[in-house]
Each structure stands twice: as C-alpha cells, then as structure tokens.
Design a protein around this ligand. Sequence first.
Ligand code: AMP
Ligand code: ZN
Length: 135
Amino acid sequence: MEECIFCKIIKGEIPCSKIYEDEKAMAFLDIAPINKGHALVIPKEHHETFEELPDELSKYLIEIVKKISIAVKKATNADGYNIGMNVGKAAGQLVFHAHWHIMPRFNDDGLKTWPQKEYEEGEMDKFKEQIVKFL
Ligand code: AMP
Ligand code: ZN
C-alpha cells in the first residue's frame, strides 16, 4: 500500500493535474490520455478494486463521476464520452487503487469500441442462468 501511486498523488508526494478534490474524492487528468482531457476519479481511501469499495462510497463517487464527466465534455467540446473502470489485471487494471476513467470522445477520433462476439444457439440462456444464480 505504501507504493500505491494514487495514494501518493492524494498525499501530494507525486504531482498531478488536479481538477477536483473534496473530503472523499479526487479527480485529475490521466497522464497518458486516450483523448486529451481524459480524467480519473478516485476515492481518497485506498481500495484495490470496484468490488472492495464500500457501497456508500461508490454511490458517492458515481455522483462525482457524473459531475466530472459533464465538465470534461463541456471543456473539450466532446461529442460524447466513455466511462470505464478496469477491474483486475485481465481487464487491464494497472493501478490497484479503484478508479473511474472518463474519456472524451469525438465523432472523428477514429477509436473503436469493444470487439463483439456471437453466442451459439442456447448459449445466451446458459450464461443468463449462471449469472442470475449469483445475485
Ligand atoms: P488502469 O489501467 O485502469 O489501472 O489505469 C491506470 C491509469 O492511470 C492509466 O491510464 C495511466 O495512464 C494512469 N496513470 C498512471 N500514473 C499516473 C500519474 N502519475 N498521473 C496520472 N495518471 C496516471
Ligand atoms: Zn492507493
């Protein structure tokens, strides 16, 4: 936890382009943006992933994500934006301090969204049933 880069940013030990701060949350620009203005929203408390965030905190943070998204969109004149959260190494999470990405998007930015797959006959129902079991 000592090594967590986002905790260091919160403590002011590493500089960042801060755009928002309150008692529970912080937002700053991603150093390697998908498009310029790409922002990150983080809790001040260290939690590794989305799943570890206490519900009250994630509810609070999603309001901040919305507030920052609107500001990023206006400031960059974006046509839209993606909100994303990588959960786990397999999903591309590199920094294990939970964070939301807000990524401004432009009609002509040339970026693609997810590649998509197809279900075999009846497979979708099996996935549905499996998932519902865990709810
Ligand atoms: P993730 O892959 O979801 O864990 O994303 C981590 C993000 O943090 C990446 O998009 C990095 O570009 C960004 N990042 C890493 N270090 C810094 C930093 N010091 N300041 C701002 N953004 C950072
Ligand atoms: Zn941390």
